[in-house]
Write a protein that binds this ligand. Structure first.
Ligand code: ADE
Ligand code: ZN
Length: 335
C-alpha cells in the first residue's frame, strides 16, 4: 500500500504555504534575517507543536511565518514544498498563501507574490509539477482589511487563480466577507473558503449561498445537516479533507473515527490533503497512508481520492484530462 500511495499520481488542493515551513528551514531563514525565534532546537519546536484547537495552532503558525522577509525567503519556502511534491508524485498543487500575515508586518505584496510565483515557475520547468495560487483572506480581520488585500493583488492578477478564507473560524462567519468575495469574483478570482472545520453546518451554508464557493476546505461539520449534504452533492462541490490536521487540531479525536469513508459512502466528493504539513506530522502521502490504515481503504478508494483531486482541481479541462489519463494508466498497472 505504501508503495502504491507513493507512486500514485495525485493533486494537492488544500495546502497553506506558510504551513509547509519545516523547522530546519525556519531556523536557517531566521538566522539569515537575524530574527529571534523562541526555540533553540527542532526538539523544542516539536514540543510546541501540540495543539488543543485551531486557535492554539494559529498562534504558533503566525509566529513562524514572521521570519519571512525577502523575496528569496518566499521563494525558498515554496520551492522546498514543491520539491516534496515531486518526491511524492504530487503532479499538481493549489497553494494557499496569506498575504495579510506578511503585509501587516510591513512586507510588500509584491515581495510575497514574486517569491512564491517564481518558485512555482521553476518547479514546473525543473520538477514537472504544476501549481496555481489561492490568495486567502484572514477571517479574524475585518472585511475592510480584506478589501485592501484585494486591491494590492490586482497588479498581480495573472498570477492568482482563486481567493480563499482561512484563520479563526468560530465567530467569523462567511457572511462577514460577502462584499469582498463579490468584488473578488468580479475581478475574475474563483471563490473558495474554509468552512465546517470548527464552525457549524450553518457556516457551510453561508459559504455556499452567500460567498458562492465552488469547493469547500474541510467541510467536516457539513455531516451534521442532511439537507446540506444533499445540496453539496447536487452542486457537485468537493471537500478538501485533511486527516492529520483534523486529529492535530482535535476536530476528530482519532483517525479511526474520521468521517472520510462515510463522506465517500454518502456520495460526497472528497480529496486528501496535508493543510499545514510542517505542523501536523506529515506531507500529503503520510495523510493518505494514515487514513488508509485507519479506515482500511482499498486501492480503489485511494484511486477515487486521487481521481477527485484532479477532477475538482481548478485546472482547465485539457490539463485535467492529461493527469487523469496518467492516473488511469497507473491504476490499471498497479491495482
Ligand atoms: N490557516 C492555516 N491552516 C488553517 C486551518 N486548518 N484552518 C484555518 N486556517 C488555517
Ligand atoms: Zn487549511
Amino acid at each position: 500500500m505504501k508503495t502504491f500511495i507513493t507512486n500514485l499520481p495525485k493533486a494537492e488542493l488544500h495546502l497553506h504555504i506558510e504551513g509547509s515551513f519545516e523547522p530546519e528551514l525556519m531556523f536557517k531563514i531566521a538566522q539569515r534575517n537575524q530574527i529571534k525565534i523562541p526555540y533553540n532546537s527542532v526538539k523544542e519546536i516539536e514540543e510546541a507543536y501540540k495543539f488543543n484547537c485551531l486557535q492554539d495552532f494559529l498562534n504558533i503558525y503566525y509566529q513562524g511565518a514572521g521570519v519571512l522577509v525577502t523575496e528569496q525567503d518566499f521563494y525558498d519556502l515554496t520551492y522546498s514544498y514543491l520539491q516534496k511534491c515531486a518526491d511524492q508524485h504530487v503532479r499538481h498543487t493549489e497553494i494557499m498563501f496569506d498575504p495579510q500575515t506578511h503585509t501587516d508586518r510591513g512586507i510588500a505584496f509584491e515581495t510575497i507574490i514574486n517569491g512564491i510565483s517564481k518558485a512555482c515557475d521553476d518547479a514546473k520547468t525543473n520538477l514537472n509539477v504544476s501549481s496555481l495560487l489561492i490568495m486567502s483572506y484572514l477571517r479574524h480581520l475585518s472585511e475592510e482589511e480584506a478589501f485592501k488585500t484585494l486591491k494590492q493583488s490586482l497588479p498581480f492578477k495573472d498570477k492568482i487563480t482563486a481567493v480563499g478564507l482561512d484563520s479563526s473560524e468560530k465567530g467569523n462567519p462567511p457572511s462577514k466577507f460577502k462584499n469582498v468575495f463579490e468584488a473578488s469574483v468580479k475581478e475574475g478570482y474563483i471563490p473558495l473558503a474554509h468552512a465546517g472545520e470548527e464552525g457549524s453546518a450553518a457556516y457551510v451554508w453561508e459559504a455556499l449561498d452567500i460567498l458562492g464557493i465552488i469547493r469547500i476546505d474541510h467541510g467536516n461539520n457539513a455531516l451534521q445537516d442532511e439537507n446540506l449534504i444533499q445540496e453539496i452533492i447536487k452542486r457537485d462541490i468537493a471537500l478538501t479533507v485533511c486527516p492529520l490536521s483534523n486529529t492535530s487540531l482535535q476536530v476528530v479525536n482519532d483517525l479511526k473515527n474520521h468521517p472520510l469513508k462515510k463522506m465517500m459512502e454518502l456520495g460526497l466528493k472528497v480529496t486528501v490533503n496535508s493543510d499545514d504539513p510542517a505542523y501536523f506530522g506529515g506531507q500529503v502521502n503520510r495523510n493518505y497512508e494514515a487514513i488508509q490504515e485507519a479506515l482500511n481503504l482499498s486501492k480503489f478508494d485511494l484511486y477515487q481520492l486521487a481521481k477527485n483531486s484532479f477532477q475538482y482541481s481548478l485546472l482547465d479541462i485539457n490539463a485535467k484530462q492529461h493527469y487523469l489519463n496518467e492516473l488511469e494508466v497507473y491504476y490499471n498497472n498497479n491495482k
